[in-house]
Each structure stands twice: as structure tokens, then as C-alpha cells.
Ligand binder design. Sequence first.
Ligand code: OFO
Length: 171
Amino acid sequence: MNLSEKMAESINKQINEEFYSAYLYLAMASYLESKKFKGAAKWMEIQYQEELGHAMKFYTYMNTRGARVVLKSLKEPQKEWNSILEVFEDAYKHEQYITSLIHNLANLAIEEKDHATLALLQWFINEQVEEEANTSEIVDKINFVKNSPNGLYMLDRELGQRTSTPGNEEE
Ligand code: OFO
């Protein structure tokens, strides 16, 4: 059974959102790099890779279901922030936004009784719980140490140790 036109169109939009997420996180990485937060920049580079993985997961799914992927242009991401705290606050806000989009897709799949798409989206629903938890935890940590250069240095080192998002190792 092929995907409905509406579902295919909605997943196409989500592919764009995932690529945009990648682009945004790479822009954040570049800002952090320029401010010498090398560890946080590496964390964001890994996040960039993960977002590409998300886009490709939808891409492959569309192909498997016989739907045409149509790529659209990406908007230009923000390039400056005022602090590392602001970067991660924005990342957390962005993940909350992406969660709402994934939930809308799941609502559509339920409406259309499209169980296969719902099964795929279940992975994304769980992934978003991780994405929000990770970014919000980093916001908390930055708030703990933000007035201590030594604390920020240690936190940057910790962020630089990231190899993948917990729970996302198979990506
Ligand atoms: Fe694709 O989860 Fe973040 O944006």
C-alpha cells in the first residue's frame, strides 16, 4: 500500500525540517568554535550528523513506500548568539518545536490508520524525548557553572566527549 499524498507531502516537509535542524546545529557549532568552546562545538557537530540521520531515515522510508522525495530549499540559519547558554537554550526550544511536528505527523498517521508510518514515528517520538532531555540537561549544567570560567572549561571538556546521543547508537 502506497503512502497517501497528504502523508507523503507531510513527510517531505519533515525531511526539510530535519535537514534544517542539521544546518542550524552546524551554524551553532561554528559559532561555538569561534568562541573557543571546542568541546561544545564537537557536541553540535555530532548533533548535526544525527539530524542528517533523521532526514535520511524519512528519505529511505519514503522510497520504501513508493513515495517521491522532493527536496526544497533550506532557510538560512541564525549565525550569532550572545552566549553558550543562549545556544543551548535555542537548541532546546528547537527540539520542542520538532517534537510538536513529529506529534502532528503521528496524529495524521492515526487519522489515516497508517500503521506502518505510525511505527516509524514511534521511533521519532522516543528520539525526541532524548533530544529534549539532552539539550535541557545541558542548559541546566551551563546555568550551574556560567559564572565560573573553570566550571565552563570543565563542562566544555565534558561536552567534547560526546560520541553519540544515548539511545541513538544504532544510527
Ligand atoms: Fe531530528 O531531532 Fe533534533 O531536530
